[in-house]
Design a protein around this ligand. Sequence first.
Ligand SMILES: [Zn+2]
Length: 366
Amino acid sequence: MDKQPNASAKTKEVQPHPQADTQLHHICFCPNAHGALNIHPIGLTTFLLFLIIISSCNGQPSKDTLEVEAYSSYNNTSLPTNIFLTNQKTNYEKIINEAQEIIGLPNTDIEIETTNEFGAFSVINRLSQRRFFVYSPAFFDSVYSVTNTNFAIMSICFHELAHQYYRHPLKPNNASHIYEKQADTYSGYQMCLSHATLEQALLAIQNFGTEQETETHPDKASRIAAITSGYINARIKVFHDTTYREIYKTLKSNELMFALYDTKSMEEIESMSYSKDTVAAYTKKVFKKSKTKQLYTLYGELIYFTNDNKINLYTNNKVIGKILPTSNATEKMLSLDGVQFHLENNIITSVNPDGSKLEVGQKLLK
Ligand SMILES: [Zn+2]
């Protein structure tokens, strides 16, 4: 989170960028910016029609430059008072829109814009006080090339949207570390509800967070803990909302409870709020415990396979199903209580009567 110092109120919002490609990128056509226009007689009608169109948008600013009133960002990149917009159309916009739809607020008034300032930003502009999601395609390209998944982009989108929904850019910037963690927690929460794994939810911050805290942003470890806590809170909420809620034993062996399992009573676990310290231990503990067995999750349970093709619960070693013989070595069919599941590429999916598949579990990576 950062805030720009107040500039003169007389400053115009629109300052056409001298290098901007006006023909390609102007949202509102401006004849002056083009200098001489070649008007052929045959194009006169078209030109007159064009004049009518531009007269309808007269008075509306073009978007070559955005004057920044306040902003929050994904990492500690700072923005100048005026940022040049590049008006690029990219596939990332789809992901941003999808993130908005997932959180139930499609078609909001948040405008999506591109810039060459490296990063992703939630901006409030000075003149109209509108909200902007501003990003550099080069930044998202980097995120994708390092992580190889759109989930990493998505996690950044949730982070930025959280800044807007919490109105962080408009709040005093002396609490920016808190705002950043709040945005990270929100991102983790939404990533869980978007069926991303915890690992996918953390990919962007692992690669683009800073080891040491900065003036505006917490250190990477704190941000990982914040994302993890949001992710776990969502998992617990979803878990409580399912029919499994009544089955105490199932709740006890839920994968996310697992980290806290042998240090706290169930009463404590159910009443506690998950601090960063408790949740940060989650990954380590599960991996440590599973050293001798390859664990998979299935509906939040931890399971493992035995050499004689049995499927066992990790918590009590009880046999709950078997692996069916298949001709294909890369996939497995799992049978549990008469219900079949498909295991391929480390993902367990349900085998539904209508042919659809739903991810219900996965291999735990060591
Ligand atoms: Zn941020």
